[in-house]
Design a protein around this ligand. Structure first.
Ligand code: ATP
Length: 607
């Protein structure tokens, strides 16, 4: 209830009006059969033993004689009542659906905003597929609950309760007989839908697996074709499609059983009313009008009762979905990521680089063994640090700590002698330009991609061109028919790996960062271009502090400080000149790489 109230906050008044509309329409619907009942009692039966309802109704319609002579009057009243009931249903649907839509939209926006600001460590823990499921189908389930199931449950209860006092007043024996099957039906429905629960789950799972199959296949279509796995993939899809069909078929079988048996209950309920009512009629203890009222009403409430169990069981699923959404919304946020947060400082972009110092930093990912041990270094503003070492050594982790995606387990990091923990994340990241090995580009124009990191005043076209020139991508871009307006990615131009990396470097440079991080960001660039980019970076007027993670040592020869990392520890430190002089991993790697470069090219061998 707490979760339901929490999500529906702001819509309670509308739901209240919807409930009122529902009550009014249900009450009006049950008034409709009172009119023919009165006609039976008074017009057909001359009013002998007529109920108080019948007398009051006929009086209201103008008296016995008038009604006899103008039967259109009761007919008109019935039409008006039914029309008013329909208006009630219309308003109920509009109010409840509208409120549900608003709840869904608000929840979607809140979820998106929340996920955007979750700590990276939390995102590591929750699979992205799970998050997508929560942001899409769980919200849809919640919308359905607020717009359909909850109002339907209330409507079913009202449809059952409203006629009870009227029926009891008309004939209490028949009133009891009219609801005798209701508890049995409710229990049967609840049991059936509880049984169907796992089948609903299986259907969703098989559908998700089929969709994942298609997505994976489309994403990796080139690999699938290159490895000739088309037939295998086809069979895999047929299997998951078959599993989906089986789950669906099982559900329909269960539904078929449910509808047929519950039809029998309905029929039994009607037979009881018809039979008992007829015998009371024959005994003279029941009026014809009352009998007609019971016959009509029993068919009116039996359907909602049949739906009640289903709605209650389906609501269980919706409540589970709400709980899953609530679980994410309760995850603590990176508080100061929001630039509007009270403790956030303005992103002071200056031309000066950052002075970065790590002091005895040790770190392990959640529940894992430490991946960094006792890392210390001091990088003055405007200098270049290179991180080299084997794969999995911990180089990228150092960057992640610097950007405050994670916090060190022990030790400290300072920026310009200020503890990193005192610098808001948004501020730190706003002043850093980060380029990853496999950079992400939006499916937008190149220009929009290049300006993605610019937060302050819009960058001047000259700044854009200067950045693309430094990243050696300007000539390539102007070579495209649509130049900077070329759309990249899905349905747009597909860039090569090296081109993507260069666009990402330019994007980082346009923002004029105080810290530039190239995390293996030149790996897909040819050596000639690599040298050009590094030379251009060195000659930049605004000298940001630079951290270069690289496997190719040619990218780090000019670095002011090189750290050789292995197993999360600093094995060696120095410059290229000093490290090539001392025995160790760096010199070995350098020798291997120079030997490879010196190997004769195939064409030369052929010659
Ligand atoms: P590469 O050169 O291949 O990019 P790296 O030196 O940058 O490697 P890191 O990415 O820093 O290495 O990884 C260091 C260690 O931390 C590895 O053992 C890796 O498995 C582990 N690791 C990296 N990211 C996570 C994470 N999000 N959760 C748990 N462990 C992680």
């Amino acid at each position: 209830m707490r979760t339901v109230l929490l999500f529906s906050r702001g819509e309670h008044r509308r739901f209240g009006y919807a409930a009122l509309a529902m009550f009014t329409s249900a009450a009006l619907l049950y008034l409709v059969p009172l009119v023919p009942q009165a006609i039976f009692d008074i017009v057909v039966n001359d009013g002998r033993n007529a109920s108080a309802f019948s007398r009051a109704t006929i009086e209201w319609l103008g008296g016995n004689e008038t009604v006899r002579n103008a039967l259109w009057r009761p007919a008109l009243v019935m039409c008006v009542l039914a029309f008013l009931a329909a208006i009630g249903v219309h308003f109920k649907a509009r109010l409840a659906m509208g409120a549900a839509e608003r709840i869904a939209r608000r929840t979607r926006d809140r979820m998106y905003d929340h996920v955007q600001r979750l700590p990276v460590a939390t995102l590591d823990r929750i699979p992205s597929g799970d998050l997508i499921q929560r942001c899409s189908s769980d919200i849809e389930t919640a919308r359905n609950f607020f717009g359909n199931q909850a109002p339907e449950i209330l409507r079913s209860v009202l449809m059952l309760l409203i006629p009870l006092p009227i029926m009891a007043m008309l004939d209490w024996r028949l009133a009891i007989a009219s609801i005798v099957c209701v508890p049995v039906m409710l229990v049967f429905t609840a049991v059936q839908f509880r049984r169907m629960g796992p089948s609903f789950g299986t259907k969703e799972l098989t559908e998700a697996s089929m969709t994942a199959n298609v997505t994976e296949n489309l994403t990796g279509i080139r690999t699938v074709r290159a490895f000739g796995r088309g037939e295998f993939e086809k069979q895999r899809f047929e299997k998951s499609s078959g599993a989906y069909r089986d789950a669906d078929a099982k559900l329909y079988r269960l539904f078929a059983n449910f509808w047929s048996v519950s039809d029998l209950f309905c029929f039994a309920q009607q037979v009881i009313v018809v039979g008992l009512g007829a015998s009371f009629l024959a005994q003279g203890s029941l009026e014809l009008g009352a009998y007609f009222y019971f016959l009509t009403v029993v068919t009116m409430f039996i359907w909602p009762v049949r739906m009640l169990g289903r709605m209650v069981v389906e609501s269980g699923k919706a409540l589970a979905a709400l709980a899953r959404l609530d679980e994410i919304l309760r995850e603590p946020l990176e508080r100061d990521l929001d630039p509007n947060a009270a403790d956030a400082q303005p992103c002071a972009i200056t031309t000066r680089g950052m002075h970065i110092a790590f002091s005895n930093v040790t770190f392990g990912y959640t529940n894992g063994a430490p991946v960094l041990h006792d890392i210390s270094f001091d990088l003055p503003a405007g200098k270049t640090l290179a991180l080299v070492g084997p794969s999995g050594a911990g180089k990228s982790t150092i960057i992640q700590l610097l950007l405050r995606f994670y916090a060190p387990t022990s030790g400290s990091i300072t920026i310009d002698n200020v503890p990193l923990t005192n610098i808001p994340r948004a501020s730190m990241r706003g002043q850093s330009g980060v380029v990853l090995q496999q950079p992400f580009l939006y499916s937008k124009q190149l220009k929009a991609n290049l300006l993605a990191g610019v937060r302050a005043a819009p960058a001047h076209d000259d700044a854009l061109t200067a950045a693309t020139a430094t990243a050696c991508i300007h000539d390539t871009i102007v070579g495209f028919p649509e130049g900077y307006e070329t759309v990249v990615g899905e349905k747009g131009l597909t860039l090569s790996g090296g081109q993507r990396q260069r666009v990402a470097i330019a994007r980082a440079l346009v923002a004029n960062p105080r810290l530039l991080v190239l995390d293996d960001a030149l790996s897909a660039v040819d050596m000639h271009t690599e040298v050009s980019i590094l030379t251009a970076l060195r000659e930049q007027k605004t000298r940001p502090t630079r951290i270069i993670v690289a496997h190719r040592l040619s990218a780090v020869v000019d670095a002011d400080l090189i750290l050789v990392i292995d197993g999360g520890r600093v094995l060696q430190r120095g410059t290229h000149a000093t490290l090539t002089q001392e025995p160790g991993l760096y010199r070995t790697l350098w020798q291997i790489q120079t030997e490879i470069e010196e190997l004769p090219q195939e064409s030369e061998v052929a010659r």
